[in-house]
Design a protein around this ligand. Structure first.
Ligand SMILES: [Zn+2]
Length: 299
């Protein structure tokens, strides 16, 4: 039987932050409650009809979200590495537990991890002076977070945007450190132009590959040159353009993907996180994505 196509997101979602609330919390010496921002993101994703949602990554930008909680990291303008990187407390787990409670039973939750290579490359290292060692210590910490996430999420997605600019020789081993033997499906999201690294990507130790096929449709042609048995999450609406793609345009685009990857197309999603789009545009794109998903599933 043909596997059903699912709609999903990559991670981040735009939210409307109420500055008045932030000021009020500041003067009351209260920690701002981020749950209302998770509520906004999850409300939009579920009412658009998306099958696999995230918490919207509203709490912090995707680097600090992790490095703020890891031992050995200090946040200045960027993350600074001042000691050995070690896992201390759950990082995203409390937000995932909260998000899961908001979801109808048929909606899946994605636990999103910023990849170890991207964390390493985005930090200023004053301790290791060895990129590989630092990247592997990030991976060891992320593995611990992934193990705790398993109980609460349906899919673990690793976000490694830096891979499209620079893929280290040890990339496969690094991702393996996180995904090895996990009891949930795993997805590797690499945005940007990945055409150069497709031969390596098709061998990555994950279940699903996720790339921005909408902004970079030439990726379809390059993928055709390499046998790919991986399941695919096909970027089908742009994350860097406010023009909302019509349902018909999305259907045509995904049919092109199906002609190449066949039943391995298991998810369709925006090209990347939607944080930089206006909220109403991000929502409309998700709505059209969900409508296209229904048509493609024969509904
Ligand atoms: Zn991305």
């Amino acid at each position: 039987m043909k596997q059903k196509l699912k709609t999903s997101v990559i991670g981040s979602y735009p939210i409307s932050i109420n500055t008045q609330d932030l000021i009020k919390d500041y003067f009351a010496e209260q920690q701002t409650s981020w749950t209302k921002y998770i509520n906004q993101a999850v409300h939009d994703m579920t009412s658009a009809g998306i099958n696999y949602v995230s918490d919207g990554q509203t709490r912090d930008p995707f680097i600090q979200l992790f490095t703020r909680k890891l031992k050995g990291c200090r946040i200045r303008e960027r993350t600074e590495i001042i000691g050995r990187v070690e896992y201390q407390d759950p990082i995203t787990v409390p937000d995932q537990i909260y998000t899961k409670r908001l979801l109808p039973r048929h909606v899946g939750l994605i636990g999103v991890l910023t990849g170890p290579y991207t964390l390493m490359k985005s930090s200023v290292d004053s301790f290791y002076h060895d990129e590989k060692e630092l990247a592997f210590d990030f991976a060891t910490a992320l593995r611990k977070e992934a193990e705790l996430l398993l109980k609460h999420v349906d899919l673990i997605s690793i976000d490694e945007p830096v891979f499209s600019n620079e893929l280290p020789q040890y990339a496969n081993e690094l991702i393996q450190k996180i995904t090895n033997g996990l009891s949930r499906p795993t997805r590797l999201h690499v945005c940007g132009d990945v055409s150069r690294i497709i031969p390596q990507l098709v061998d990555m130790p994950v279940d699903i590959l996720s790339h921005e096929f909408k902004a970079s449709p030439h990726l379809f042609d390059v993928f055709q040159d390499y046998p790919c048995r991986k399941n695919m999450c096909v970027g089908a609406v742009r994350s860097d353009d406010v023009i909302v793609e019509s349902v018909e345009e999305i259907v045509t685009h995904v049919k092109k993907a199906i002609a190449i990857f066949d039943t391995n197309v298991v998810q369709i999603a925006p090209d990347c996180g939607q944080r930089l789009l206006p909220r109403d545009i991000a929502f409309q794109k998700l709505k059209n994505l969900a409508a296209a998903g229904e048509i493609l599933n024969g509904g």
